[in-house]
Design a protein around this ligand. Structure first.
Ligand code: C2E
Ligand code: MG
Ligand code: MG
Length: 730
């Protein structure tokens, strides 16, 4: 650990520090709003005004320091003690990788410091008294120029407040000293005697109020004291003159300063009183805070508004929702999500993306009423808070107008840009009792709207929440099922329709639920597919089915082909080809023994990214069957783009083909399509002899269905087809 370097005129620095009176009262509550604001703006747990004394450091104001023990206040381990040895902001992006700090107890100990940025606090005498710093337990590789400027600006505000304290302390010391300071102070410093007549009027007072010292001295101080303070000051003066305590001294009071020309300025007044040669004297320090107010307003705006659109940000929305709910006032919340924004951003650039978001903010503001609030929550997520509105019809009406507004083309960068939007609507108090719930409900409604497709709006209903709870419970149950080995594979035969000869099998998953018995995939697959276990379960299916195929082939099933349904997640994982290769090798199967089944939902979901692995598999010789063929929207165009070896005619057409000419025609058409594209064709769901006969007549030669065998456990499959052996799951 490197100790901070020694400061050349350390004694002078310590004398300067003593002028602020920290020895008596180290805390400066006036600084708390600034430290809190810093923590909020930078999103850090800790912000501190840290002053560096001879041996120790101490906090004049801080947030998030409760856990820091006093034993860690030693100057030699303090980051700020390093910061004050320089003139400029010190940034430590990751203390654990910084040779000065990596073994510092603040870094290695439970305080777990990682990120530090601190601005030296320079007093008017030019000494660095301490630092204003923000600290995080996460490393932060990026601290932008804007961040630096902002932190430095805030440090200036801190110094302003500290300076006021110094003058106040000085005033309490002696008039002589007070006058000394007065001469150089940027603040107006005015002294008055026991009768209230001005005795000192410094240069700054001349500039601030427009009266020269000659004009001011000897006049009663009242001419610059605003009406609302006059009585309080007079009473205080009388009280102190009689030996009582002062109520004004030592506090800062906001006031409107009155200049000679009649104009007003925002000021801050701090009063001191002292006894000199038996008589009472008064000192007033008045600071023009116009500039500071401007800073503060800007920082406030920064902390509460989205900089790009000027709309309220998430934290403001949250607290407004909280206010409304706490007051029991009805309100509706509409969450709006843009669809297609990312594409605009990626293809047309960030400038166009930003312009689109700004225009979105304008359009949304146009659909709400003056009392309502629009906020930007995330990159392309917005919210509308409708005050005193609990009519679902009106709230959904506004949501619909918002969507309609956003579906209108945007004219940006010389072109027309089309995007879509979805919205979720939730109402308080009809469906919830807290702000959190209202926000959560609107979120759920939005997710539902997005699931339903573009341009939808959904009103929250309790069924949505029930579904989420059920899904969450189910997720846990499925995890348990996988851990407890409750999943099974059943196998359904695929036969040659001419002679009923076994040509293949399809592996179909089941869940042997300890309480609910054997569950078909329709019951649990949607949750499994959407959850984190899909890829792992898919790998298990692939491996188990291939092990079974190898065993049956060895037991006399010859060239039996194994159909395995694929999960989208297996294609998304990026290692499918390697996995298939490894599984085939492990079970010593030729690639042609495996037939992967994909559905349109896989084919469309991932768009083109699924093509390379499928091409690779096909090139290897693995079969690729298109499942449930004919039910999807894009069945024809997919034939052209996808590397397929087989079409599986969906069972709905087979079921209806004997009674419906249209379905019969589809079956015929798919058979032709297969022929013309050089693909094999198999019909699913064959239950009757009649269906089988008709299929044969239409040229379809393979089939699968209850007529030949239901999906069954491996042992049943083996005994039905005389294959003798069963393989347990790997
Ligand atoms: P699929 O791949 O189209 O499987 C055929 C479904 O039709 C099976 O339903 C099967 O039992 C049923 N079926 C077969 N012949 C007949 C018949 O003659 N009549 C009737 N009414 N139905 C018949 P199952 O086993 O309930 O599977 C449903 C779906 O679940 C499958 O449709 C497949 O998409 C999916 N699935 C099953 N196992 C897996 C798996 O291991 N992985 C993945 N990703 N999906 C699976
Ligand atoms: Mg299938
Ligand atoms: Mg199918």
């Amino acid at each position: 650990m490197r100790r901070p370097s020694v400061i050349a005129d350390e004694e002078a620095r310590l004398r300067a520090l003593a002028e602020y009176g920290f020895a008596d009262v180290p805390q400066v509550p006036d600084l708390d709003p600034i430290t809190q604001l810093a923590a909020r703006i930078f999103g850090v747990p800790t912000a501190v005004v840290n002053l560096v004394d001879r041996h120790n450091v101490f906090f004049a104001s801080s947030v998030g320091t409760d856990h820091i023990e006093s034993s860690l206040a030693g100057r030699e381990i303090s980051f700020c003690a390093h910061a004050i040895t320089g003139d400029d902001l010190m940034v430590v992006p990751d203390a654990s990788r910084d040779p000065r700090f990596h073994d510092n107890p603040l870094v290695t100990g439970p305080t777990n410091f990682r990120f530090y940025a601190g601005v030296p606090l320079r007093g008017s005498g030019g000494h660095n008294l301490g630092a204003f710093c923000i600290i995080d337990t996460r490393a932060r590789p990026r601290f932008t120029d804007k961040d630096r400027r902002q932190l430095s600006e805030m440090a200036r505000l801190v110094m302003d407040k500290l300076e006021l304290r110094r003058l106040d302390v000085a005033g309490r010391v002696s008039q002589e000293r007070f006058k000394n300071i007065a001469a150089t102070s940027p603040d107006s410093i005015i002294c008055a005697d026991a009768d209230g007549r001005v005795t000192v009027w410094n240069d700054a007072a001349e500039a601030m109020f427009g009266y020269s010292a000659a004009e001011a001295c000897g006049r009663h101080i009242e001419f610059i004291i605003p009406d609302n303070l006059r009585d309080a000051i007079n009473e205080d003066r009388v009280r102190v003159a009689q030996g009582g305590p002062s109520t004004l001294v030592g506090r800062t009071t906001e006031l409107q300063g009155l200049r000679k020309d009649g104009s007003l300025f925002p000021g801050e007044l701090s009063l001191s009183m002292w006894r000199e040669e038996g008589a009472i004297s008064f000192g007033a320090i008045i600071r023009d805070v116009t500039e500071r107010r401007r800073h503060e307003d800007r920082l406030y705006h920064l902390a509460h508004h989205d900089q790009l659109t000027g709309l309220a940000n998430r934290s403001v929305l949250r607290s407004r929702v909280q206010d409304e709910v706490s007051a029991g006032r009805p309100a509706s919340l509409v969450m709006v999500d843009l669809e297609g924004f990312k594409e605009v951003n990626d293809t047309l650039g960030h400038a166009v993306g930003d312009a689109l978001l700004r225009e979105t903010a304008v359009r949304l503001t146009n659909v709400i009423r003056p009392q309502d609030m629009a906020a930007r929550l995330d990159s392309d997520e917005f919210a509308l808070l409708l005050m005193r509105e609990d009519d679902p019809l009106k709230a959904t009406g506004i949501a619909e107008s918002a969507i309609a507004e956003l579906m209108r083309p945007f004219e940006l960068a010389g072109q027309q840009i089309h995007i879509a939007a979805s919205a979720g609507v939730a109402i308080y108090p009809a469906q919830c009792g807290s702000a959190e719930e209202l926000l959560g409900n609107a979120d759920l409604a939005l997710s539902q709207a997005k699931r339903e497709g573009r341009g939808r709006r959904t009103l929250f209903t309790s069924a949505l929440r029930d579904a989420v709870v059920a899904r969450r419970n189910y997720d846990l149950e499925i995890r348990r099922a996988v851990e407890n080995d409750e999943l099974r594979l059943f196998f359904q035969p695929q036969v040659d329709l001419h002679d009923g000869r076994l040509v293949g099998a399809e592996a179909l998953i089941r869940w042997e639920h300890p309480e609910r018995g054997l569950l078909p995939p329709a019951v649990f697959l949607p949750v499994l597919e959407a959850g984190p276990l899909a890829a792992a379960v898919g790998d298990w299916v692939l491996d188990t089915a291939c092990a079974q195929a190898a065993a049956w082939r060895a037991a006399g099933a010859g060239a039996l082909r194994m159909g395995v349904n694929l999960f989208a997640a297996q294609l998304g994982a990026g290692d499918l080809v390697d996995k298939v290769q490894a599984v085939l090798a492990r079970h010593e199967l030729p690639p042609g023994a495996l037939e992967i089944e994909i559905t349109e939902n896989i084919a469309l979901d991932e768009d083109n990214s699924v093509l390379p692995p499928l091409h690779a598999l096909k090139a290897m010789g693995v079969g690729i069957a298109f499942d449930d063929y004919g039910t999807g929207f894009a069945s024809l165009s997919l034939l052209k783009r996808f590397p397929l070896t087989r079409l599986k005619i969906d069972q709905s057409f087979v079921r209806a083909m004997c009674s419906s000419p249209a379905d019969a025609a589809i079956v015929q058409a798919v058979t032709y399509l297969g022929e013309s594209f050089g693909l094999d064709v198999i019909a699913e769901g064959i239950e009757t002899e009649e269906q089988k006969e008709r299929l044969l007549r239409k040229g379809c030669t393979e089939g699968q269905g209850y007529l030949f065998g239901r999906p069954m456990p491996p042992a049943d499959f083996a005994s039905t087809f005389g294959l003798g052996v069963e393989v347990r799951a790997a």
